[in-house]
Design a protein around this ligand. Structure first.
Ligand SMILES: NC(=O)C1=CN([C@@H]2O[C@H](COP(=O)(O)OP(=O)(O)OC[C@H]3O[C@@H](n4cnc5c(N)ncnc54)[C@H](OP(=O)(O)O)[C@@H]3O)[C@@H](O)[C@H]2O)C=CC1
Ligand SMILES: O=C(O)C1=N[C@H](C(=O)O)C[C@H](O)C1
Length: 214
């Protein structure tokens, strides 16, 4: 496929290009803070950038009318309303975490949440590399939304950690911990590759990564 990356020069942009070129896909469009470079119109655009670039992402997708796979975090309700608007015309796959493990963890959290009553404490902790700008992580927010109550969140920014998320359920005398740790950015880029390959067959609409996995 011919694809484009918004956030090309970033850690994820570079990791995506590496995996996609191994899979035989061709980068024909790129954007970062240095500007845009287009060789040909892409069949799909992948956005792993920062919230600051989101207005440009919306403009690019409107202009090109091509599907979008987006993993950028720090987006708010107004940004999601704009993604919904784009999804009326093109397919949009969005997730704050494209790893398979976090999607399994999400299912486990929903299950455990059914067994614990309001007396149980629930807290979410996340650790990421020192360069990560947003806090708490998009994944921590996404996992928190599954719990249908306000939960405390704790963030650490340490060294080169790719991404660790832990959810603790505790009552007097016991604690149940669910934890996921990414060992490399491949944990995310493989899900991005699967999404970009599948999006070409999807009708316009808004899709989560978990829907793509099903
Ligand atoms: N959903 C998921 O599975 C995952 C999501 N992420 C998310 O992906 C995003 C990128 O992460 P990471 O690669 O580590 O971040 P980086 O800081 O390494 O990269 C950010 C990229 O965005 C570009 N950028 C920043 N601001 C603008 C702007 N105003 N206009 C155009 N381009 C801009 C940067 O360009 P330049 O280099 O020129 O400044 C760079 O290419 C983050 O939101 C992160 O949370 C990360 C991993 C997995
Ligand atoms: O910035 C990162 O690196 C990551 N960001 C995402 C998030 O904010 O949840 C996903 C992953 O944990 C890595």
């Amino acid at each position: 496929m011919k694809y484009g990356i918004i956030g090309y020069s970033g850690r994820m942009g570079q990791a995506i290009e590496e995996l996609f070129s191994e899979a035989g896909h061709e980068l024909v469009y790129q954007m970062d803070e240095n500007g845009e470079k287009e060789i040909e119109k892409p069949e799909v655009v992948i956005d792993f950038s920062l919230k600051e670039a989101f207005a440009d992402t919306v403009r690019v997708i409107k202009e090109k009318e091509v599907p979008l796979v987006i993993g950028t975090t720090g987006l708010d309700d107004t940004d999601f309303a704009k993604l919904d608007e784009l999804a009326e015309k093109v397919a949009v796959i969005q997730s704050f975490n494209f790893s398979i493990g976090i999607n399994i963890l999400s299912e486990l959290i929903k299950k455990v949440n059914k067994y614990v009553d309001r007396d149980w404490d629930i807290e979410i902790s996340e650790t990421h590399h020192r360069f990560k700008k947003d806090k708490p992580s998009g994944t921590a927010i996404m996992l928190g939304d599954l719990l249908e109550r306000d939960v405390e969140m704790h963030s650490k920014r340490l060294g080169s950690e790719f991404g660790e998320h832990e959810v603790d359920f505790a009552s007097i005398g016991e604690v149940l911990t669910l934890k996921h740790r990414a060992y490399s950015r491949k944990a995310f880029t493989q899900g991005v590759l699967l999404s970009a390959e599948k999006i070409l067959d999807l009708e316009p609409g808004f899709y989560s990564f978990s829907e793509i996995l099903k």
